[in-house]
Design a protein around this ligand. Structure first.
Ligand SMILES: *[C@@H]1O[C@H](CO)[C@@H](O)[C@H](O)[C@H]1NC(C)=O
Ligand SMILES: *[C@@H]1O[C@H](CO)[C@@H](O)[C@H](O)[C@H]1NC(C)=O
Ligand SMILES: *[C@@H]1O[C@H](CO)[C@@H](O)[C@H](O)[C@H]1NC(C)=O
Ligand SMILES: *[C@@H]1O[C@H](CO)[C@@H](O)[C@H](O)[C@H]1NC(C)=O
Ligand SMILES: *[C@@H]1O[C@H](CO)[C@@H](O)[C@H](O)[C@H]1NC(C)=O
Ligand SMILES: *[C@H]1O[C@H](CO)[C@@H](O)[C@H](O)[C@H]1NC(C)=O
Ligand SMILES: CC(=O)N[C@H]1CO[C@H](CO)[C@@H](O)[C@@H]1O
Length: 457
């Protein structure tokens, strides 16, 4: 009997971890500033499930903090809202505000476990220790005044603290990761973090990759290249913790914000991810109530979708790397040059890869909505993803100046804004990075060759 129950338990765990969760990122504060409370989270979680054409599949939430602002360490009210709406949770611990805040984050989580028990812990699918701290700590992040980050050794130490704190709780086996930009993941100096995590969270924004050709037509290639270099550099499961395209905002090199291109990005990238990779889109709503300068929300201030979310007429562009394309049989190569190194958000000089091959365009296999929203993901092995910013408490030393609001507020942390980093070759200079870069270049050549062959046929 015991043997049987152990086996069943193992199967249950396996099936949970293999699930390709789908949801949005939820900051701890509204775009207009105030800290979110229970009714705000409840309304958003309900809204996500009711989005027209999505069959209720957006039922997971990535949070950036465990702390309800403005308290010191009370559990964030999103937990109760998640319990009431059966929303799964990718938890986040804000790590760029120092040890005291991390200690409070852990305290808030332990309080939640004690207060809600399994009603809460059964919903937790992962936990990210940190969000873009390494990007903010990088040359590019500093040049871009992205706010205070953290050193890799510090993040690794926090991961260690979290594992210890959870060791005797129902969350002792929760997969722990860290969320950052691909430029951080290919930077060999951040190895301590890669070694410490169970999964890798990838935040990718072709819109912000302004040092490379980044029109909407280039976006699929940029997205998948970021995914591939991250997977190759870390060797761990990659979870898509943030990606999206703004409905409004200024031009970033060739990228133009707008509902039309946001729709294209959703159809080509979103519809290729949903159900096939663990994905938390950025984001449900940020016109709350007034749209920020760069607005990523899929719904407007009246909670109405800006574009068609059904994937019905979409032509998803899967990963051009055969192995990483979970579903789709037609390997389409997405067209366009992909950048691999660049400034991401901005401002780092990156090399301009003039040698970057560019591939022809390609079409990809259309996938139906059922594929997009329900397929269990053919291969679950590559799907990690994850989190974003908390906002919260206002107790802290606030030192940050970052933009949006996802971080816990007291910490000064930033809110959730997407980092604009992604581009860079950030890793330049490091042998390991160069290896990654050249590997990418090689793969692009191979992809191009395939594309050419395909067209010749
Ligand atoms: C690589 O990572 C280290 C540690 O996070 C950081 O100090 C450094 O600036 C990064 N390198 C680049 C080029 O950003
Ligand atoms: C890349 O960074 C450099 C240096 O900061 C900046 O001058 C340039 O405009 C950036 N390029 C893009 C596309 O943002
Ligand atoms: C790349 O470099 C070439 C030659 O140096 C230059 O003409 C081109 O404008 C650069 N492209 C970008 C995107 O910087
Ligand atoms: C994809 O899934 C199939 C079936 O489970 C498995 O045989 C194959 O090895 C997987 N491929 C990858 C790359 O994980
Ligand atoms: C980074 O800085 C550049 C110029 O300094 C700016 O144009 C860009 O918007 C910044 N990116 C982000 C994400 O803030
Ligand atoms: C490159 O990697 C080496 C070893 O991993 C590290 O010591 C060095 O600081 C890194 N350089 C940069 C610029 O990140
Ligand atoms: C995970 C993944 O798809 N990695 C691929 C990235 O690109 C290189 C070069 O083509 C491949 O060798 C990797 O398999």
């Amino acid at each position: 009997m015991l043997g049987k129950s152990v086996v069943l338990a193992a199967l249950a765990v396996a099936s949970v971890s293999a699930e390709n969760y789908l949801g949005f990122n939820y900051g701890a504060s509204k775009a207009s500033g105030p800290v979110k409370v229970y009714t705000d989270f409840k309304e958003e979680f309900d809204l996500a499930r009711k989005l027209a054409g999505t069959q209720g599949r957006f039922n997971s939430a990535r949070l950036y903090t465990n702390i309800q602002g403005p308290s010191k360490d009370d559990p964030i009210s999103a937990f109760q809202a998640a319990i009431d709406t059966k929303t799964t949770l990718l938890l986040g611990i804000w790590c760029s505000a120092g040890q005291e805040i991390v200690t409070n984050e852990i305290s808030a989580l332990i309080k939640a476990i004690n207060q809600y028990g399994t009603k809460f812990t059964d919903l937790v699918v992962g936990l990210s220790v940190g969000s873009e701290d390494l990007y903010r700590n990088s040359v590019m992040g500093i040049e871009n005044k992205s706010g205070i980050g953290a050193q890799p050794s510090q993040i690794a130490e926090y991961i260690n603290q979290v594992r210890k704190a959870l060791a005797s709780t129902p969350l002792k086996s929760v997969p722990i990761g860290h969320v950052d930009t691909w430029t951080a993941w290919v930077n060999g100096t951040n190895k301590a973090v890669i070694d410490a995590v169970d999964w890798i969270g990838s935040d990718a924004y072709p819109y912000f990759q302004s040092t490379m050709p980044n029109s909407i037509e280039d976006a699929p290639k940029l997205f998948w290249e970021a995914y591939n270099v991250t997977a190759a550099a870390t060797g761990k499961e990659v979870w898509i913790t943030e990606t999206g395209w703004p409905v409004q905002g200024k031009d970033m090199n060739l990228a133009k914000a707008g509902a039309k291109d946001a729709q294209t990005y959703w159809n080509e990238i979103g519809c290729a991810l949903f159900g096939n990779y663990k994905t938390w889109w950025y984001m449900l709503r940020d016109a709350d109530p007034t749209p920020p300068e760069t607005e990523f929300g899929v719904v407007d201030a009246n909670l109405k979708p800006y574009y068609d979310l059904s994937c019905k007429n979409a032509k998803p562009v899967p990963s051009p790397v055969a192995n990483s394309t979970p579903s789709s049989s037609s390997a389409a190569s997405s067209g366009k040059p992909s950048p691999t190194g660049t400034n991401s958000s901005g401002n780092t000089p990156s090399k301009n890869a003039s040698s970057r091959p560019n591939s022809g365009s390609s079409t990809s296999a259309p996938s139906s909505i059922s594929t997009a929203y329900s397929s269990p993901g053919s291969n679950t092995s590559r799907t990690p993803n994850s989190n974003d910013a908390p906002s919260g408490p206002s107790n802290s030393p606030g030192t940050y100046s970052v933009e949006p609001s996802s971080a816990p507020s007291g910490t000064g942390a930033a809110a959730a804004k997407p980092a604009q980093t992604t581009g860079a070759e950030g890793a330049s200079g490091n042998a390991s990075n160069s290896a990654v870069s050249s590997g990418v270049a090689m793969s692009l050549v191979a992809i191009n060759a395939v594309a050419v062959a395909f067209f010749l046929l």
